[in-house]
Ligand binder design. Structure first.
Ligand code: NAI
Ligand code: MG
Length: 330
């Protein structure tokens, strides 16, 4: 196992060490390769990610990633978009599943869904023009890009409850007509029970009826927005992990960003990062170890050893420590 470890900026530097503490107690044959990327590096060197960095990332099986600050400076090239493109990580997977002991804003815990977001095209194609009085962003949807994300979503649905929801805006966007058609065809070929919803209505229904969904597949920007929103169902951004899956590589990161408002205070919730580690263990098919990590997280929550975002008084370190110690005991 060769894992690139990218702490990044802000609370990435706090939550990733907590996840690494948990990885270390599992005593797996892991080679960890630290890679410095991000805004702080850009300020120092003028480059947030270099070709050499990309070469190191490509040599590793996967990446455990914290968060990176992205300024709106048009000369700054997004690290995440670069990695996703260069390593062709086309599927962004965000499980929205209640954690025992925590309820989100809606107070319900009768749901278990996964958002599968296309990760390489759509509104984030990077084909843009910014002029004085007008700006353009090209929304690119391809048959190939839609087919491979639909394929991933259908395989996932087959391993779960065989239900696929396609979120789109094809009544307005021609590009989504292609996306919807390809998703429907793929779902039919997999004999998956499928349904589609306009993304605005989906936003409402995700909050009001989250139990209706199993696997939700959607395009890049819609998936970005829906998945942050869905984080509220499970108790906040501090709890939601994600995986970016490509052909040969994978990339695991908490959904949250670098949280400059709390960075350096030692109070960031490390659970989203530790659950991202858990997704990594599952990717390696280390399902027993993944279960230990999940149980240890639930233990910390049951002991009320949680950070202030969950109403607790513990620090990032204390939560990470408790989870790591529990994994050792289990
Ligand atoms: P954010 O996710 O960093 O923070 C949003 C709010 O949630 C803040 O109030 C923050 O304190 C809170 N929060 C986030 N993670 C938390 C945690 N683990 N524990 C406790 N509270 C937590 O989003 P924001 O503020 O919009 O973005 C900040 C920076 O992060 C920006 O530069 C943005 O571009 C970048 N960003 C990076 C991402 C990545 O690296 N994958 C993803 C999202 C944003
Ligand atoms: Mg986002």
């Amino acid at each position: 196992m060769k894992i690139a470890v990218v702490e990044g900026d802000g609370i990435g530097k706090e939550v990733i060490p907590a996840a690494i503490e948990v990885l270390d107690v599992l005593a797996l044959p892991v080679e960890k390769v630290p890679v410095e990327l991000g805004y702080a590096k850009w300020e120092k060197t003028g480059s947030a990610i270099t070709d050499d960095d990309l070469a190191v990332l490509k040599e590793c099986d996967c990446i455990l990633f914290g968060a990176i600050t992205t300024p709106s400076d048009p000369t700054y090239k997004s690290v995440l978009l670069t990695i996703r493109k260069e390593l062709d990580m086309y599927a962004n997977i965000r499980p929205i599943k209640p954690i025992n002991g925590i309820v989100g804003v809606t107070g319900r815990s009768d749901f278990n869904l996964v958002i599968v977001r296309e990760n390489t095209e759509g509104m984030y194609s990077g084909i843009e023009e910014l002029h004085e009085d007008v700006a353009y962003t090209k929304r690119v949807i391809t048959r190939k890009g839609s087919a491979r994300i639909a394929d991933y979503a259908c395989k996932l649905a087959k391993s779960r409850q065989h239900r696929l929801e396609i979120a789109h805006k094809s009544n307005v966007l021609k590009s989504d007509r292609l996306f919807l058609d390809v998703c429907r065809q793929t779902a039919s070929s997999y004999h998956i029970d499928h349904h589609d919803t306009l993304v605005d209505s989906m936003a409402y229904n995700l909050i009001v009826h989250p139990n209706r969904y199993d696997v939700v597949v959607t395009t890049n920007l819609f998936g970005d927005i829906l998945s942050d929103m869905a984080a509220a169902l499970v108790g906040g951004l501090g709890l939601v992990p994600s995986a970016n899956i490509g052909k040969g590589h994978a990339f695991f990161e908490p959904v949250h960003g670098s949280a400059p408002d709390i960075a350096g205070k030692g109070i960031a919730n490390p659970i989203a990062a530790i659950l991202s580690l858990k997704m990594m263990l599952e990717w390696y098919e280390l399902n027993h170890q993944a279960k230990l990590v999940q149980d240890a997280i639930e233990f910390a929550i049951n002991q009320n050893i949680v950070t202030p975002d969950l109403g607790g008084i513990s620090t990032t370190r204390e939560v990470g420590n408790t989870i790591a110690e529990r994994v050792k005991q289990l």
